[in-house]
Design a binder for this molecule. Structure first.
Ligand code: ASP
Ligand code: MG
Length: 453
């Protein structure tokens, strides 16, 4: 049993779909295929949602262009049987555009409804083309599978309800030897309203479905060769990691590595399901295997940076803070959905790095009577992970040396992991810094000499 997830670039055009079918055919046994919207479509739909507020006709025309792109693809693939479905999805999206125009407001529920069209279109197209190629495929509306809470645009799946739906809809289809095809990213909240799991959330959908199916493996098909030791566009010596641990992958993704949605790891790790990141343009390349062990490689390191983050200092109003201070603050952060990247606690003071969108007013409202909240914006969080950090403690010193001359605001071990180090610094020349950090940790001789000199 296998879940294969294809990202936007891996379904972008007719040639990509041909590769996809080739990949699905090489896998035997039960297969569930999860797809993102075609590359660029989600961005476009969100822009259309905003446009609809003041330009209904413009928004409708733009929607029509996206429909045309899908119809052209169906035509190029001789899968025109899917045309009525593609048109039906477009009509639904058009009604949503009208809803936004009538209200003169792009509310989160309407935006979710509108962007869902992207994954509905792509999954319908993929299912139709698989069928066309002789693979018995069954399309299932992801909203009938993935149950979520009602937090639009950033919903959290309900595992028990999703597992139940998977048992009712996916398992019977797999038992009939069908390849199940569904859209990532989308789900349904209370009352059946359409929700989405946050940008890049199709990876997360694949992991949730993989967990509900107790899959043997979750394959994330993308347009790069795997997880790199650093962003290869920024760091010349970056290499693909053959393997890494769940923990390191999760931290790396949280700190800005774009290749995986950070929440993907948790459901897989909880059940010990390996996640593989693979290149759909080079399906025979080994990719990166992420699992509990993570270390068949003789040691690895990876670095990532996430700019811009906000540092939040929460200080107790009373000099003698009560012992539950940190717990109360953390609870308030959870209630305000403020996701903590990394932080430290010191008696009546708590310092955390959060992303700029975090609802800090919500936090202030919750802790205002016992704590003061101060913030500093526009910083960068840099992290290094890898079992080599655990094995060789000197590497931590070398890593810190790479920050020489910079104003360091916070040094911490994310997730308490011995294999990870996070540093929050001023947001200047971060590419440079990443290259230096990667160089010292990867043992590049010249960078090393410069760092210890
Ligand atoms: N289509 C969605 C996005 O662009 C989800 C995904 O691609 O994973 O964010
Ligand atoms: Mg993605």
């Amino acid at each position: 049993m296998r879940v294969l997830k294809f990202g936007g670039t891996s379904v972008a055009d007719a040639a990509a779909l041909e590769r996809l079918v080739g990949i699905v055919k090489t896998r035997t046994g039960a297969r569930t295929v999860v797809v993102s919207a075609l590359a660029g479509v989600t961005d476009r739909l969100l822009a259309i949602g905003e446009l609809a507020v003041h330009d209904r006709a413009g928004a409708r025309a733009a929607l029509d262009e996206i429909l045309t792109r899908h119809l052209d693809m169906a035509r190029a693939l001789s899968a025109l049987a899917v045309e009525p479905m593609l048109r039906g999805i477009a009509r639904g999206a058009e009604r949503t555009v009208d809803g936004i125009a009538d209200a003169a407001h792009a509310s989160p529920p309407l935006l979710d409804k509108l962007v869902a069209a992207g994954e509905l279109w792509s999954s319908r197209l993929v299912a139709a083309y698989l069928t066309e190629c002789g693979v018995r495929a069954q399309w299932i509306d992801a909203r009938h599978l993935v149950s979520t809470d009602g937090r639009h645009r950033q919903a959290t799946p309900d595992l028990a309800a999703t597992e139940d739906a998977v048992r009712r809809h996916v398992r019977p289809a797999l038992a009939l030897d069908r390849v199940v095809v569904t859209g990532g990213f989308i789900g349904s909240g209370p009352g059946g309203v359409t929700t989405t799991l946050g940008r890049g959330g199709s990876d997360y959908s694949a992991a949730i479905l993989g967990a509900c199916l107790l899959a043997d493996e979750i394959e994330i098909w993308t347009d790069v060769d795997g997880v790199y030791s650093a962003d290869p566009r920024v760091v010349a010596g970056a290499r693909v990691l053959p393997a890494m641990s769940y923990e390191d992958a999760e931290i790396l993704a949280t700190f800005g590595a774009k290749v995986l949605h950070p929440r993907t790891i948790e459901p897989a790790a909880a059940l010990g399901i390996p996640v593989r990141v693979l290149n759909s343009r080079r399906p025979d390349a080994p990719g990166t295997r992420i699992d509990a062990d993570g270390s068949r490689t003789g040691g690895y390191i990876a670095v990532a940076a996430r700019g811009t983050v906000t540092l939040v200092h929460v200080t107790a109003r009373q000099r003698r803070a009560d012992r539950a201070f940190a717990a109360r603050v953390l609870q308030a952060m959870a209630d305000a959905h403020v996701a903590v990247l990394v932080g430290e606690v010191h008696k009546g003071k708590l310092t955390v790095a959060v992303s700029p969108g975090a609802d800090l007013d919500g936090l202030r409202a919750r802790v205002g009577d016992f704590a003061e909240v101060q913030t500093r914006e526009g910083l960068t969080a840099v992290c290094a992970v890898g079992d080599r950090l655990t094995e060789d403690p000197r590497l931590v010193m070398l890593a810190l040396a790479a920050f020489d001359g910079r104003h360091v605001h916070l040094v911490a071990r994310p997730g308490g992991a011995a294999s990870a180090l996070a540093v929050v610094v001023e947001d200047a020349a971060v590419h440079d810094l990443l290259a230096r950090l990667h160089g010292v940790l990867a043992g590049e001789a010249d960078v090393l000499r410069a760092a210890v000199a």
